[in-house]
Design a protein around this ligand. Structure first.
Ligand SMILES: Cc1ncc(COP(=O)(O)O)c(C=O)c1O
Length: 374
């Protein structure tokens, strides 16, 4: 069994994917070929955003977004302590300061009801709170309405880290199209993944669009004229072609992910009730289940892991160390105990195999193995 079975997916769409790759090679448009703009237009349309910029990874999408907002060493960016390192790393790379706010114990996303007090306190201390960077973790959005309200009230920009949530809906809108800027990742195991690294930035703001487009290509405005210092952070044409080949299957894949998630949840309700908590999707939202992440209660995660290992069932822990306790974040001065909800989650979470091609038999085997361990 695979945690994410990319081989089954490739076998299903092999002809389209092979043809898309061959086409790029035949035309030798390896850098900034026409597939980039085609993908940008297609995905901007899907997200309901005016503009999209294809970039080299989700990490670079975050970095370019922060650069476009002129985030600098004097600035602070509010974010979650429970995410992949890239979220906070992009802030620290620009020498700005991440201000963590603890998470909601049910959704694992930043607790939006705590943000406003933190903003007020930081502003009172003379801090320059320049952006809020919520993460739509495991495939579903944070409380973006409340976060956008705070952004508007205090003139703070919002960047949604949608690296795990491309395709999720929030009210009647799509993840990555909910705030000033939305970013996603096309890392191979993501719900919409390419065959290497890739990412995208979405925005309705024309000026931000022009700036990010320029920043991804060495700050170049016209050929060999470099308006400002930028990066080489372009999306690869072959990756764009692969994504265009996969995208027509995306909605069906999301449906299959949701069916698989419902099956897991039903199995948990019948076989693991009171011992394991399944994920909860808030009302008026959908999840893309980038991860199907459960909570193992009563300190039993090690027993469960041992049993999964013995039965060769893959699993992951997203994330074993909260960001404020990462060695690379030590200079920020946070300590154990600062964000108890995130710290508790890091001890209890366990992600199960999840992808559109998983079978009911495989899911039953996963739950049976966990059940025996408990
Ligand atoms: C929440 C989050 N942010 C950022 C990233 C970074 O994306 P990439 O790996 O494409 O750089 C990831 C990827 O795993 C992620 O999950």
């Amino acid at each position: 069994m695979k945690f994410v079975d990319l081989k089954r997916q490739y076998d299903a769409y092999k002809q389209e994917i092979d043809a898309a790759i061959a086409n790029v090679i035949k035309n030798t448009n390896f850098v900034m070929g026409p597939q980039i703009e085609e993908l940008e237009t297609t995905l901007a349309d899907f997200v309901g955003s005016a503009h999209a910029i294809g970039v080299s990874s989700g990490t670079d999408a975050l970095l370019l977004s922060l650069m476009a907002l002129d985030i600098s060493p004097k600035d602070e960016v509010i974010t979650t302590p429970f995410s992949f390192i890239a979220t906070a790393e992009a802030i620290v790379l620009l020498k700005a300061r991440p201000i963590f706010v603890d998470i909601d114990p049910v959704t694992f996303n930043i607790n939006a009801s705590l943000i406003e007090d933190v903003v007020k306190e930081r502003l009172k201390n003379g801090a320059n709170v320049k952006a809020i960077l919520p993460v739509s973790l495991f495939g579903q959005c944070a409380d973006m309405d409340e976060i956008n309200r705070i952004g508007a009230a205090y003139n703070i920009k919002i960047i949604e880290d949608g690296c795990q949530s491309f395709g999720a809906s929030y009210m009647d809108s799509m993840s990555c199209g909910l705030s000033d800027i939305g970013v996603t990742s096309f890392f191979p195991s993501k719900p919409l993944g390419c065959y290497g690294d890739g990412g995208m930035v979405f925005t309705d703001d024309h000026e931000l669009y022009e700036r990010i487009k320029r920043l991804r290509n060495h700050g170049q405005s016209v050929k060999y004229k470099h308006h400002e210092i930028g990066l080489n952070a372009r999306l690869d044409t072959i990756q764009a072609a692969i994504l265009l080949a996969k995208f027509p299957h995306f909605l069906e894949e999301l449906e299959k992910r949701n069916i698989a998630a419902n099956i897991y949840t039903e199995l948990i309700e019948t076989k693991l009730k009171g011992k394991v908590l399944p994920p909860v999707v808030p009302e008026h939202q959908t999840s893309v289940f980038a991860q199907y992440t459960i909570r193992i209660l009563d300190n039993k995660r090690d027993e469960v892991i041992k049993s999964l290992q013995e039965n060769q069932i893959p699993y992951a822990i997203h994330y074993p160390v909260p960001l404020h306790m990462q060695p690379s974040m030590e200079p920020l001065g946070y300590k154990k105990g600062d964000f108890p909800i995130a710290e508790q989650a890091s001890k209890e979470v366990l992600s199960l195999p999840m992808h559109p091609f998983i079978t009911i038999e495989e899911q039953e085997q996963v739950i049976e193995t966990i059940s025996k361990a408990l």
